[in-house]
Design a protein around this ligand. Sequence first.
Ligand code: ADP
Ligand code: MG
Length: 486
Amino acid sequence: MSTTYTIDGETGPWELVIGLEVHAQVISQSKLFSGASTTFGAEPNTQVSLVDAAMPGMLPVINKECVAQAVRTGFGLNSAINRRSVFDRKNYFYADLPQGYQISQFKQPVVGEGWVDIDLEGGEVKRVRVERLHLEQDAGKSLHDQSPTKTFVDLNRSGVALMEIVSFPDMRSPDEAGAYVRKLRTIVRYLGTCDGNMEEGSMRCDVNVSVRKAGAEYGTRCEIKNVNSVRNMMLAIEYEARRQIEILEEGGSITQETRLWDAGKGITRSMRNKEEAHDYRYFPDPDLLPLVLEESFIEGIKATLPELPDAKKARFMSEYGLGDYDANVLVAEQDRAAFYEQVAKGRDAKIAANWVIVELLGALNKAGKDLAESPVSADKLGGLLDLMADNTISGRIAKDVFAEMVESGKDAGTIVEEKGLRQVTDTGAIDTLIDQVMAEHADKVAEYRSGKDKLFGFFVGQAMKRSQGKANPAMLNDLLKKKLDA
Ligand code: ADP
Ligand code: MG
């Protein structure tokens, strides 16, 4: 077990308490209550039905696919699926909300309590409880930067389905909050229910933070909006906790309020406090019947769930003998895990993991590329591993061949033949190399033989250089030892 994360103030250590509300945009062709398209990046106001524009008399019709996506996500969060849920109106006025209310779920969400296991450093796993997942409509978007004097409204996003996933206040450090969001993102991507893209806003987090002394009751929290990356969220938590500690240590108290993260300045600032907080006057939407799910609908979704990240990780550890770290890295993305399995099939699984994680992901990261854009396919990487396994090339040469594969996209065998990189495994040839090196450095041979064993590495280096790196290292070592000790 790790020790509790704390921040030191004048009066000693403080604990952090963090709960997250994550808005995840549902992957669906059309919106939650209309047939308008949800494609990202379309011309403003080209994907707006009469329902989304809130024309008088228009009626919402629930999109079955969005409900299925919410239920699917509920399974991914190990949550209760509520057979009956209710859509409510959350009333407020805003220019980008033509209805004057948002249709959401308040008292009876479609998905109830569940949990997410988060993966922490050193193989530690912590369970964060999920309070609920509900479906709601997104609002439109106000564009303030199109004109110096006017604000424009784009309703393309109006009515798009969101899943709001609310956690219990179970996280205790910025790292835990980061691990939670990353895990959530991995889960929804596996399920195909949200693309998890924080920069494009398809996953947005509201972060609730409070501080307390060890063992004390929960303190008053502030909610931080506007964090658009895991990194920013972690910085915002740290800043906000320090701000609260300072106030409390000066004898002040925390006002429950909504704050904005200012990424440029690295601070949170007040947006609105509880006194001004809205009374949303929730009530069941009279245009919509309660949502009742049939068992067959739920079972149908359950039957088509993919292998989820935790299960895949456990399988990678038992089936392939991988450690916690490697398994976590490989299952973080579904296509990465599949790529790995294709490389590992029929080969040494640990060597395969090492090459995928260290060499391939390292090279892609350096080039700023996704796995989907990899110049080296799983089969080609496998081919390289095969050349090592059958001693055609050494591990050292394999790294050069791999670099060339990344450059040219050629397969390993072709590169080895073209460049004449085949490993020298012929004892006679290696003998000759060694004899040459020993003749050239007769003084060092004498020194070695009079007890300076450390020189062994020098001879290996010289002989390897002479072979242009192609001598089989194990054979070279063996033969060299025999000759020097003769
Ligand atoms: P509200 O209805 O006002 O939004 P909720 O009880 O639904 O309040 O909580 C919203 C979020 O705040 C949840 O994610 C919850 O975990 C978190 N939260 C609640 N109390 C605290 C606290 N004392 N410190 C930090 N987070 C908290
Ligand atoms: Mg709430």
